[in-house]
Design a protein around this ligand. Structure first.
Ligand code: NAI
Ligand code: UGA
Length: 454
């Protein structure tokens, strides 16, 4: 099928590359000309495992364009994957989606017959809003036509974006017509039946079950996306709430998580206690659903509490440092990891940033190290008065304490005896409960985890 994807960010570029790999003819349109130029030159603008391979192998099926003038009105599917940022009050800024809807409506002809798909995370009613805008624009040119707009929320995780795209647990489509339903089934057929040859760098896991396609109304599909992210956010906050209690009563939250996670009804994933969630979506989407609920004068105390607990986790790191070091003014604190999670250079709503700001406000000197996110930090936050270490080992030099924020693989096996010698006071706060506690203690370093009632 011929597919136009509008927006070439994490979601658009991943989806577009995967669809091209599966054999569709994909055009990726982004108004960010620099990004399109880089893509045309073969550069991969985001850090995602397998993306270079998948794009490389599908070059003949992908084209990159930066101008709406090149829009081909005879396309079968248009996927909208532009950003839907928070306005600051929880409400979703739909400007980009609306601008795209208008641009589509201005260009469709009487013969065009595409299905338009909202893949961006959008509040309920957005499929209808996009449909109205497109049809109104067409009417202005005297074209009276119904356009199918479907909702097809995206569930990929950054860092595992291609894996999640090729091997999804489910594909949700919110449609109002058989035409839209059938076109989406055709689009995703190779994934539903797993008939493609997996890319070398994104292997198919053994024992993989086929993904279900879940067909709903557009409104249900829109709500499914918010419910999924809110539930995952709540699950993390739930374990973090118990981590706080575990510290007081002398239990180990890792043991508790294992003990409850083995219950299939609960499941063991997303039960890692620590400094909580960050990233571009959990914060934005929980705030957005609270905003929607509020518009209906409806309370969602569970989601609200999940948000509150999450941001308390970041503060709790500073409380731990205060409790061990007493005075933070003049202390040097090392921050191991900046990205909101490993395998990405994304700093959106990264817990590291709040923790760094909190430490700076208390007069501490902050030193940081991250294998790939430091360049982004320098570029986006030039106001942060911090120093950058050249390696994870060098970070420990002269530190009064080091806090692990992001569980990058390379941080998991540090030479503790060597780094102990470089520290001024020997304290490691393990913000993700992933370090070798025994090894750290053996090297004479004090270990503080999250929810580990030492
Ligand atoms: N990043 C993630 O892991 C996930 C994101 N989502 C949702 O997907 C949507 C997109 O997110 P990301 O890909 O992260 O955003 P992003 O910010 O990485 O990419 C959006 C792209 O859209 C482009 N754009 C904006 N206006 C445009 C226009 N008028 N025409 C053409 N291109 C335009 C921008 O230049 C940008 O490159 C959001 O609604 C987000 O909530 C959903 C699941 C996962
Ligand atoms: O809507 C979105 O954008 C996406 O949001 C999340 O994906 P993502 O934000 O990329 O990353 P996750 O792997 O979910 O991690 C989010 C945050 O939760 C934290 N986390 C995760 C799991 C856990 O057990 N504990 C925990 O603190 C991570 O460190 C990270 O900061 C969801 O997992 C995706 O399904 C969804 O599509």
């Amino acid at each position: 099928m011929r597919v136009l994807i509008v927006g070439s960010g994490y979601v658009g570029l991943t989806t577009g590359s995967a669809l091209a790999y599966l054999g569709h003819q994909v055009t990726l349109l982004d108004i960010n000309e620099e990004r399109i130029m880089r893509l045309k030159d073969g550069e991969i603008p985001i850090h995602e495992r397998g993306l270079a391979e998948v794009i490389g192998e599908s070059r003949q099926n992908i084209e990159f364009i930066a101008r709406w003038e090149e829009f081909d009105s005879s396309v079968d599917i248009v996927i909208v994957a532009v950003g839907t940022p928070n306005k600051g009050n929880g409400d979703v800024d739909l400007t980009y989606v609306e601008v795209v809807a208008k641009a589509i409506g201005e260009r469709l002809t009487a013969d065009s017959d595409p299905v338009v798909i909202n893949k961006s995370t959008v509040p309920i009613g957005s499929a209808r809003r996009v449909k109205t805008i497109i049809e109104q624009e067409m009417k202005k040119r005297d074209i009276h036509k119904q356009i199918d707009v479907a909702s097809n929320p995206e569930f990929l995780r950054e860092g595992e974006a291609l894996f999640d795209t090729f091997y999804p647990d489910r594909i949700v489509i919110g449609v109002e017509s058989d035409k839209a339903k059938n076109r989406l089934i055709n689009l995703y057929q190779p994934l539903l039946e797993q008939t493609f040859t997996p890319p070398v760098s994104v292997r198919r896991p053994e024992g993989l079950t086929l993904p279900h396609m879940i067909t709903t109304s557009p409104t249900s599909a829109e709500l499914i996306k918010y419910a999924a992210n809110s539930f995952l956010a709540m699950k993390i906050s739930f374990i973090n709430e118990f981590a706080g209690l575990a510290e007081l009563v002398g239990a180990d939250i890792n043991e508790v998580a294992k003990g409850i996670g083995q219950d299939k009804r609960i499941g063991s994933r997303f039960l890692n206690a620590g400094i909580g969630w960050g990233g571009s979506c959990f914060g934005k989407d929980t705030a957005a659903i609270m905003y929607t609920a509020n518009q209906y004068n409806f309370e969602m105390p569970l989601v609200q509490a999940a948000i509150k607990t999450n941001y308390k986790q970041r503060e709790s790191i500073i409380r731990k440092l205060q409790s061990e070091l007493k005075v933070l003014r003049g202390s040097t604190i090392g921050i191991l990891g900046l990205a909101f999670k490993p395998n990405t250079d994304d700093l959106r709503d990264a817990p590291s940033l709040d923790i760094i700001r909190g430490l700076l406000e208390l007069g501490a000197n902050v030193k940081v190290y991250d294998p790939i996110a430091m360049a982004n930090c320098k570029r986006l936050y030039p106001d942060l008065i911090i120093s950058y270490a050249s390696s994870s080992e060098e970070l420990f030099e002269d530190c009064h304490a080091v806090v692990l924020i992001t569980e990058w693989e390379e941080f998991l096996h540090l030479p503790y005896s060597r780094i102990a010698e470089r520290m001024r006071t020997k304290l490691i706060v393990d913000g993700r409960n992933v370090l070798d506690k025994e090894g750290i203690v053996r090297a004479g370093i004090t270990y503080k985890g999250i929810g580990r009632g030492e």
